[in-house]
Design a protein around this ligand. Structure first.
Ligand SMILES: *[C@@H]1O[C@H](CO)[C@@H](O)[C@H](O)[C@H]1NC(C)=O
Ligand SMILES: *[C@@H]1O[C@H](CO)[C@@H](O)[C@H](O)[C@H]1NC(C)=O
Ligand SMILES: *[C@@H]1O[C@H](CO)[C@@H](O)[C@H](O)[C@H]1NC(C)=O
Ligand SMILES: *[C@@H]1O[C@H](CO)[C@@H](O)[C@H](O)[C@H]1NC(C)=O
Length: 632
């Protein structure tokens, strides 16, 4: 080797080493700094950490009363609001358990490092439990306001969480999955022992969530300390099997990180279905492996797409938090951008009326677009798409095909050249036949097996007389989104259809922010306050047969929203919804009044979400939090 060559080789080797070093360093530092959560907590807790304490709370008639520390006889042992609230008779749990709850009135201090888990549960549920315990451990860590708190001040040797799951083979959430659990919390010898028993991992996970809500941070305990109730028992199971939340990422893109915060909030509130409205006529951000042209022509830009790995990651992130993910690619309407490449690939028009104006003639909001029901290539693409959606989500029990707001005028105008249009005296039949063909492709995509819960949005097609002609009640479930006084929901149930309720006047969380276009009115004003969300109990108000109600779903459309305001728009209102579908408390239809404890518990839950890094909105002035019962 010549000398010059040797020198060059050395330079290359050195550069490679430097590159490798930088790469490893970067890998490590990105692991050290998890980016999941905005650190609201520090901003949020810093102003509370005023020492020495100014106020003390006393439990009087099951309410905490705020007193100035200087005027209080017991000032030598001031009690923080958190400790008073936990020990003063009301639960701070959200959602409220449906079974019996007993809570002791004494607390013990423990050090975070003494938490341990023990389980007899076999694989494969065991592996999930280990992950769920790590999440529980992080939830406890999120309470700690001072990292330098005195760890040696602990009343217990160990805080042992014993988890026993009966069916260790259940690791996917199904409609029939038993999500019940029970907790027995006791001091045994020098240990705290929390026994969690459940039929399935999913129940046990809810048990861990509830246990985390029996733990709090006491800022007064000599620089701060973690506390837990000394005695507690809880039995709990949900009122509805399907407790959904829908987020739209097509009108405005939202990052995977921000969607993880949605899942964190859902798991804290025991919601269990994340319905991801991935695409719409505005954009197609999902990279479908077998049809990459869709995102290539439909995404807002590079970096504004969901890769298959992103979806898989989110599905797994959800699963360990007790949530299943339902992916929705809406068709035949709400589909335009993303479907424009047919002609250039020799496949003909896949969609019609795309971006057509004046939009109000062909769709409900700009831009327009609808799949072309006369092009056989459309159905072949749907089959590939459905196969990939089932594969990405691992979900073969629930499948959402969209199906809402078809504008027949768009088809009437744009299919004129094709002779077949004249075969229809009623274009609803064309829509119905599209749906039947799409459902056939779904069966093919699922290896020939029917999916037992195919969900469609309510629409003209889900009304009489079309509904019985085109939608089979044995496997189609209608997501009923019309206003609660519309006849849709009672009619569907009378005709024997199962429904998921998403009434627009109660459970649409995006409404009330004015109009975003000059023509057309603000689609769904006014704002639905959390009390409206909470007090919606259609099975009672409309006397519906609960047997047909699969569950409920709150919806967040994203025309006027992206990840910057996502958290505040959802929380704590989606938590109010969660208690409706988990606990389903009685509703006083004479007064529609809400009990005091609902306000205080929801306010506590809001603070809990904030501590976990979710930018949830405040419920009321801090004065009301500090003076329980005084703002009602
Ligand atoms: C819980 O988390 C803390 C750090 O936040 C860690 O030191 C501890 O080992 C964890 N405990 C368990 C049992 O995983
Ligand atoms: C779930 O299991 C619990 C405890 O065995 C039982 O009481 C409950 O009826 C079950 N729930 C359902 C929906 O099967
Ligand atoms: C917890 O459950 C175990 C059996 O799984 C039992 O032996 C123990 O006594 C229980 N402990 C408490 C505190 O209930
Ligand atoms: C429409 O009618 C024509 C003539 O009767 C027939 O050839 C064609 O198959 C029909 N198309 C459809 C889609 O029914």
């Amino acid at each position: 080797m010549k000398q010059g060559e040797l020198r060059r080789a050395l330079v290359v080797v050195t550069l490679l080493c430097i590159f490798l070093f930088i790469y490893l360093y970067w890998q490590q530092s990105s692991k050290l700094a998890p980016t999941l959560i905005y650190n609201y907590k520090h901003v949020y807790s810093s102003y509370r950490r005023s020492r020495p304490p100014q106020w003390t709370w006393r439990c009087v008639n099951q309410r905490c009363e705020r007193r100035h520390i200087e005027g209080d006889a017991d000032a030598a042992a001031p009690v923080s609001l958190a400790t008073c609230s936990m020990l003063c008779g009301s639960t701070q749990l959200w959602p409220q358990p449906t079974g019996p709850v007993t809570l002791g009135s004494r607390a013990v201090t423990f050090d975070h490092g003494r938490l341990a888990v023990e389980t007899t549960t076999g694989q494969p549920a065991r592996a999930l439990l280990v992950k769920a315990f790590a999440i529980f451990n992080d939830s406890v860590a999120s309470l700690i306001e001072r990292k330098d708190y005195a760890r040696d001040r602990t009343d217990v040797r160990r805080f042992l969480v014993r988890v026993a799951v009966e069916h260790s083979d259940v690791v996917r959430l199904r409609m029939s999955t038993n999500e019940s659990y029970s907790i027995v919390l006791r001091a045994v010898g020098g240990d705290m022992v929390a026994n969690i028993t459940a039929k399935t991992f999913f129940g046990a996970r809810h048990g861990l969530e509830t246990l985390s809500q029996l733990i709090w941070w006491d800022p007064y305990a000599d620089g701060g300390a973690l506390k837990v109730l000394k005695v507690a028992t809880v039995q709990d199971s949900p009122a509805f099997a399907y407790r959904g939340l829908m987020v739209d990422t097509a009108r405005n893109f939202m990052s995977v990180e921000s969607l993880k915060r949605v899942l964190v909030g859902m798991s804290a509130s025991k919601l269990n279905v994340f319905h991801w409205h991935l695409t719409d006529s505005q954009s197609f951000p999902l990279v479908v492996p077998s049809v990459p042209q869709l995102a290539k022509n439909g995404a807002y830009g590079p970096g504004m797409t969901y890769a298959p790995e992103d979806v898989r990651e989110l599905v797994e992130f959800a699963r360990v938090r007790g949530i299943r993910v339902v992916l929705e690619v809406d068709t035949p309407a709400h589909a335009g951008n993303g479907w424009t490449w047919g002609p250039q690939e020799g496949l003909g028009e896949l969609a019609v009326c795309v971006n057509e104006r004046p939009w109000s003639l062909y769709c409900g909001e700009p831009p327009c677009g609808q799949l072309n029901p006369e092009n056989p290539n459309v159905y072949d693409i749907l089959e590939k798409l459905y196969r990939d959606l089932i594969d990405l989500s691992g979900e073969d029990e629930i499948f959402h095909i969209g199906g809402d707001e078809v504008n027949l005028e768009c088809w009437a105008q744009h299919l004129q050249k094709a002779s077949t249009i004249y075969n229809y005296t009623d274009l609803h039949d064309l829509w119905g036949e599209f749906t039947l063909k799409a459902l056939g492709k779904l069966v093919a995509a699922n290896g020939g097996k029917r999916i037992p819960y195919v969900v469609v949005w309510s629409s003209k097609l889900s009304k009489r007389p079309y509904v019985t002609k085109y939608l089979e009640k044995s496997n189609v479930v209608v997501q009923s989104w019309g206003a609660s006084q519309w006849p849709d929901t009672p009619d569907l149930i009378a005709d024997g259809y199962r429904v998921i309720i998403s009434h627009v006047d109660a459970w649409y969380l995006d409404c009330g922010f004015g109009r975003w276009r000059e023509t057309g009115e603000a689609a769904c004003d006014p704002y639905r306050p959390w009390q409206t969300v909470y007090n919606h109990r259609p099975w009672q108000q409309l006397r519906l047969d609960k047997k047909y109600i699969v569950g409920g779903e709150a919806c967040l459309w994203s025309e006027q929203l992206d990840e910057a305001s996502l958290d505040a728009r959802l929380w704590p209102r989606a938590s109010a919804f969660a208690e409706r579908v988990w606990t389903d408390p009685q509703l006083d239809m004479a007064t529609y009044s809400i009990q005091e404890d609902v306000y205080t518990r929801l306010s506590t839950h809001r603070d809990r979400l904030a501590a976990r890094g979710i930018g949830a909105e405040a419920l009321w002035p801090t004065w009301c939090t500090q003076n329980p019962g005084m703002c009602l």
